[in-house]
Write a protein that binds this ligand. Structure first.
Ligand code: G6P
Length: 764
């Protein structure tokens, strides 16, 4: 830095001096020219007026008179002297001090006499610089002699020297001021920020800083700062990934990451592409006045699939449900997402109100949803809903066929109960496609499913797939038993497959999961200490409570929110010492509110929370806070981190990702998970406090155990469960699903026919 400053100063001094010298030189030249001009004009005026007197004096020749005239004139300011010559150049009279120097007529005089014109020049006379002005003298048009005026020009040189002196002084002052100011600027706005940034980067390199966002402000270097932050983020990610890999290598395992999934899928696709179909789209565009806002819906399916699509740049086909959705797509109803970092294509399918009513609200959510969740809400099956369900499945099939038209052997992952008919519709047209359907909700027992009037058609549609996935083995078993009971088919019990009409469908469990980034230290910096975060959160909600519980759900009757609230009531009843000490926050995202059951449920849950609050609340405390709106992932994570316990009390749930998200958020290895035994997650998370949500006393007891559990036991439990999630994360789910699908033997007839057609086309 010091060397840099010296170089900067020297360069500045040289630069400023050269420029100033050039300017001063120019100024001196101008000044000299102007002074000489003045002198020449003065000599001319003087010469001409004096010539008149001399000419008159020459008319009556009197050498003494001429000499007196010359002497009296020659004493003027700056005039060194004058001389008068005859036409041959012989001096007639010369000012006394110059008698010697002008004894012989100067060249200017002889030239003036020979040319009959005025002559003027600057010459050196007796080692002095002088100006000579010569002119011919006349009488009646005849040249009767010459006149010379000599001026001293030393004052011009003196003036030039003065100018140079002032210029040097000016240069000195300028150099000093400019160097001083420049050094100040460099120190304040360049060297200071750069030194701080360097210090920050050194700390980052040594792992002492976690959040790239905390980069010191680099004022003038915004673009550079931006690159540095991005670079630091990548460095952080790479370091975290390397540390993760190293830790897992040590443990003899290998972690599934987004990168590994991308590589795995690319390797399996053999140049083909991945397509996903779901009802819910990952991004919804909605109008808000003049602007369009984009939001991510509250959906476990979206949470799970987004990383998969991000990893392999596929196409996601989904219902465009936002009112501004049509405004942001291209002519093929496509757009690239995520909006701020586009990585894959979203193809939107438009549905009429009637279609949405019958297919989504009606058949899917009033029929299949309660049918598959044994949660004591009667399924409703309407003929019209069923027709619309078929229509919409056909409409989506059309969109999928368009999207896969140019891809041979495409890989298609169909999602959920909205599209039971889609696998067959696709396979009929494109047997070369590998089709899997993942059923995100439970599959009930044979008797329960048997009440659906169209169970055969649904099973037939599903069995068009090459692979059917459920979260857990018991759902696979239920499905196989249902097929066995309802369809003409052969069940290969050994390989968990169904053989029907020369087609084989494999049925497998793939427990879905979340991403667990436990090694992103930037989180610490982003959120401050647990204590600060928790008190900030409680303060913002106006809660003053020693213990905090959290529940996060779509408001759905399968989630057991009633039972949960009643368990909290029972707990406070049984253990009054916790009154005023324990608050439960229920985040409830309103869902499917078009359906009366859901609409009523929202009001019922609110009323239930009110009832319990009324019973126990005091001036500054409430046992239950019901936050009835959709929250972002970041908001929810803050609650997860602040809570002492998380309650998941689903009456029946395919997996339940809230349980896993809660654990993923608990890097501190604290917090207790109370988990319904009727969730798929309960099969993996044995260290949760498992409860039967219908058993209110048992859940109340679990709340007490959770609050009174020792820190070491909590840590061990969370540690073990996080290990399970880390190893069985969302990337493993997707990787296993795609790998299994790609390794299946699929029908070759179509592929061969296509190959033959292509061969013919090429030879033609
Ligand atoms: C369940 C389903 C998902 C669905 C989610 C949200 O988890 O299995 O497919 O995305 O509920 O429901 P919604 O009807 O709002 O999409």
């Amino acid at each position: 830095m010091r060397l840099l400053s010296v170089r900067l100063i020297v360069s500045l001094i040289i630069g400023i001096t050269l420029v100033s010298l050039a300017f001063s030189y120019h100024q001196v030249l101008r000044e000299r020219k102007s002074l000489r001009g003045d002198l020449e004009r003065r000599a001319e005026v003087l010469g001409e007026s004096f010539a008149v007197n001399v000419e008159r004096s020459l008319e009556s020749p009197s050498p003494e008179g001429l000499q007196r005239l010359v002497d009296s004139f020659g004493s003027r300011e700056r005039l060194l002297g004058v001389a008068v010559y005859d036409p041959q150049g012989t001096p007639l009279a010369v000012s006394s001090p110059l008698a010697q120097s002008l004894g012989i007529a100067p060249t200017e005089v002889t030239r003036a006499l020979s040319t009959n014109r005025e002559q003027s020049s600057f010459v050196t006379l007796d080692k002095n610089r002088v100006h000579i002005f010569a002119l011919p003298l006349h009488r009646r048009e005849q040249i009767v002699g010459g006149l010379a005026l000599l001026h001293d020009v030393d004052y011009i040189r003196a003036q030039n020297l003065r100018t140079w002196r002032q210029a040097f002084l000016g240069i000195l002052i300028q150099v000093f001021l400019i160097v001083f100011i420049t050094l100040l600027i460099v120190r304040w706005s360049i060297a200071g920020p750069i030194a701080r940034a360097a210090q920050w980067m050194r700390a980052l390199r040594m792992g002492r800083i976690s959040s790239p966002q905390q980069m010191p402000d680099l004022d003038l270097f915004k673009p550079l700062a931006w690159e540095v932050v991005t670079f630091a983020e990548s460095l952080n990610q790479a370091r975290n990934a390397a540390e993760n890999e190293a830790r897992l290598r040590e443990a003899g395992q290998s972690l599934w990451t987004a990168d590994r999934l991308a590589i795995q899928i690319q390797a399996r696709l053999h140049g083909s592409r991945l397509f996903v179909v779901s009802n819910r789209e990952p991004y919804i565009h909605q109008r808000n006045g003049k602007s369009i806002e984009v939001s991510v819906p509250a959906s476990g399916l979206v949470t799970a699939l987004e990383p998969v699509l991000n990893a392999c740049d596929g196409t996601w086909i989904a219902h465009g449900s936002g009112d501004a959705d049509p405004e942001v797509v291209d002519a093929h109803d496509r757009l690239r997402v995520p909006p701020d970092d586009p990585r894959y294509t979203l193809r939107r399918v438009w549905l009429s109100k009637e279609e949405e009513e019958g297919y989504y609200y009606g058949f899917s959510n009033e029929g299949l949803w309660p049918l598959c969740h044994i949660a004591h809400t009667r399924p409703v099956f309407r003929q019209r809903d069923w027709e619309l369900y078929q229509d919409v499945n056909r409409k989506f099939a059309g969109a999928v066929l368009e999207e896969i038209a140019d891809t041979s052997n495409p890989i298609l992952l169909v999602q959920d109960y909205h599209f039971a008919l889609l696998p067959r519709l696709i396979k009929e047209k494109r047997p070369d496609a590998r089709v899997a359907i993942f059923w995100h909700i439970p599959w009930p027992n044979v008797e329960a499913f048997g009440i659906c009037p169209w169970q055969r058609q649904l099973l037939d549609g599903l069995l068009g797939a090459d692979l059917i996935g459920f979260h857990i083995q018991s759902h696979c078993n239920n499905f196989l038993q249902t097929v066995d009971r309802a369809m003409e088919s052969r069940i290969d019990a050994e390989h968990f497959a169904v053989l029907r009409q020369n087609h084989r469908t494999v049925v497998r469990p793939f427990p879905i999961s979340v991403e667990l980034c436990d090694d992103d230290p930037s989180d610490d910096a982003r959120y401050g200490t647990d204590y600060e975060e928790r008190s900030g959160l409680l303060h913002s909600l106006g809660v003053d409570s020693a213990f905090l519980g959290i529940g996060v759900d779509r408001v759905d009757y399968t989630k057991g929110i009633h039972e949960r609230f009643r368990a909290i009531e029972r707990f406070l009843e049984k253990y009054p010492r916790y009154q005023g000490q324990f608050t439960f926050i229920q985040i409830g995202a309103p869902s499917r509110t078009h359906i009366k059951r859901y609409h009523d449920l929202l009001a019922e849950i609110e009323a239930e929370a009110e009832r319990i609050n009324w019973r126990f609340q005091t001036a500054g405390w409430k046992p239950i806070l019901f936050l009835k709106r959709q929250h972002s992932h970041q908001e929810i994570e803050a609650y997860y981190r602040a809570a002492d316990l998380c309650l998941v009390t689903s009456l029946h749930d395919g997996m339940n990702l809230v349980a896993k998200e809660f654990l993923a958020a608990r890097k501190d290895e604290r917090g207790v998970l109370i988990l319904s035994q009727f969730t798929g997650a309960a099969r993996e998370l044995h260290d949760a406090l498992l409860v039967n949500p219908y058993d209110i006393d048992q859940t109340a007891e679990a709340i007490r155990s959770a609050l009174e559990m020792g820190p070491e036991e909590k840590r061990m439990r969370v540690h073990r469960m996080r290990k399970i999630i880390r190893e069985n994360n969302i990337y493993r789910w997707a990787g296993n699903l795609v790998t299994e699908l790609c390794e299946l033997q699929v029908d070759n007839a179509y592929r061969e026919r296509r190959a033959r057609q292509r061969g013919t086309a090429t030879s033609a």
